[in-house]
Ligand binder design. Structure first.
Ligand code: PLP
Length: 406
């Protein structure tokens, strides 16, 4: 490598460090059966106990004995990897059964598996652009990076509407020729701001303008709705949304992504999306574990009730202590810090002095000046853990001379 090329890498890193948002990964070892407890590997190689407060394993399903045993059984029965792309020997009964289960979960005709939620958004949205050369896409400004990337690669005419702003969405829809194919892409739960989309109202608008709807339920699936179908199910709107996309890595605690929708559309995505076609399919053990997890989560509404109760309790505790908890109508509990370096300092102090792991959320994940700590209580974060967290936060706020509301 030429010295001037190496310099480009170093300068990029120096800039990130200068802004105080250089990412340092905590090296943790989750402990099977003890979620949310884990061990942190220190610089000297020793390990210390920590409690994880920022996991997206929202229901602790990654530690469920049934899910682990399904994974284990599949690996013992059929081996470690799938051995190919879906088209070339990589489709197993686990994949097929999981797709059927996911279609049912969202009340859709078909489902298609991908290797992650990121890939499902990127591959599907970019393929829409191939299938509809004159497509117009209307995208919420807070959509996830995977949707933005897929939309960018769709090479469609793109309009970005202000977050959850229905009037703005409508005014942009009016710019499109009435006969043009249109797609509204949005999320159900916006995981950094902890708010939800007005799905019913967006479907009303979509119907009025003849637009298709594409909903990312990554942070809603498993957690809302009687059967865990997500916010769309909770709001009675699931049947009105054309495409529902989700992940197997958060509420279901495993790995992988998917999109559900009408059979003909899913068949077309299956046939045209390079991100689906040209990659090895999920390991059968992952598909088996995810299948078990989806079945369990669908059948256990009490997990969702408990999660909601835990999140409400934590929000109330933060508010009562005068901590800057951001408004949240979901299971996600963000605390506003508003400065990248400070956010990292609070996170480091919590981790090294109190054994509490909550990752700083900085730009580009959130806008500069809105840096925050994002807490994700699960059904397994009990009252004692919450009290310890609160005590630690109050101590850190005092140590760093940060303001608390009266
Ligand atoms: N969509 C949203 C809204 C997300 O927040 C994420 C990841 O956090 C993804 C998609 C990607 O999902 P996965 O982690 O399964 O790749």
């Amino acid at each position: 490598m030429r010295a001037e090329d190496a310099e480009v890498f170093s300068r990029a890193i120096a800039a990130v460090k200068g802004e105080g948002r250089y990412r340092v990964f905590a090296d943790i070892q989750r402990e099977q059966g003890r979620f949310p407890h884990a061990k942190l590997r220190m610089a000297d190689g020793s390990r210390r106990d920590i409690v994880v407060w920022c996991s997206n394993d929202y229901l602790g399903q990654g530690q469920s004995p049934e899910v682990i045993s399904a994974m284990h059984a599949a690996a013992c029965k059929v081996g470690a990897g799938s051995g190919g792309t879906r088209n070339i020997s990589g489709t197993t009964s686990y994949h097929v059964d999981l797709e059927a289960e996911l279609a049912q979960l969202h009340g859709k005709e078909s489902a298609l598996l991908f290797t992650s939620g990121y890939v499902s958004n990127d591959a599907t949205l970019s393929t829409f652009g191939k299938l509809f050369p004159d497509l117009w896409i209307f995208s919420d400004e807070l959509n996830h990076a995977s949707m933005i990337e897929g939309i960018r690669r769709a090479k469609a005419t793109v309009r970005v509407f202000r977050h959850n702003d229905l009037q703005h969405l409508e005014s942009l829809l009016n710019e499109a020729p009435p006969g043009a194919p249109k797609l509204i892409a949005f999320e159900s739960v916006y995981s950094m701001d902890a708010d939800v989309a007005p799905i019913g109202a967006i479907c009303d608008i979509a119907e009025a303008y003849g637009a298709m709807t594409y909903l990312d339920e990554v942070h809603g699936v498993g957690l809302y709705g009687e059967g865990g179908g997500g916010i769309a199910e909770r709001d009675g709107q699931m049947h009105r949304v054309d495409f529902i996309e989700g992940t197997l890595a958060k509420a279901f605690g495993v790995m992988g992504g998917y999109v559900t929708g009408p059979s003909a559309a899913i068949d077309a995505i299956r046939s045209f999306a390079p991100g689906f076609i040209f990659t090895t399919s999920l390991a059968p053990s992952l598909a088996a574990a995810a299948l078990e997890s989806v079945r369990l989560v669908r059948a256990c509404p009490h997990m969702r009730t408990r999660l909601a109760e835990r999140a409400e309790r934590l929000k109330q505790m933060f508010a009562d202590a005068g901590l800057p908890v951001m408004p949240s109508t979901t299971h996600i509990v963000p605390l506003l810090v508003g400065d990248a370096a400070l956010c990292k300092q609070i996170s480091d102090t919590l981790l090294f002095d109190h054994g509490i792991y909550v990752q700083p959320i900085n730009y580009p994940t959130v806008p500069r000046g809105t840096e925050r700590l994002r807490f994700t209580p699960s059904p397994f974060h009990d009252d004692a853990l919450m009290e310890k967290l609160l005590d630690a936060l109050v101590a850190v706020w005092a140590q760093l001379n940060l303001e608390r509301a009266a």
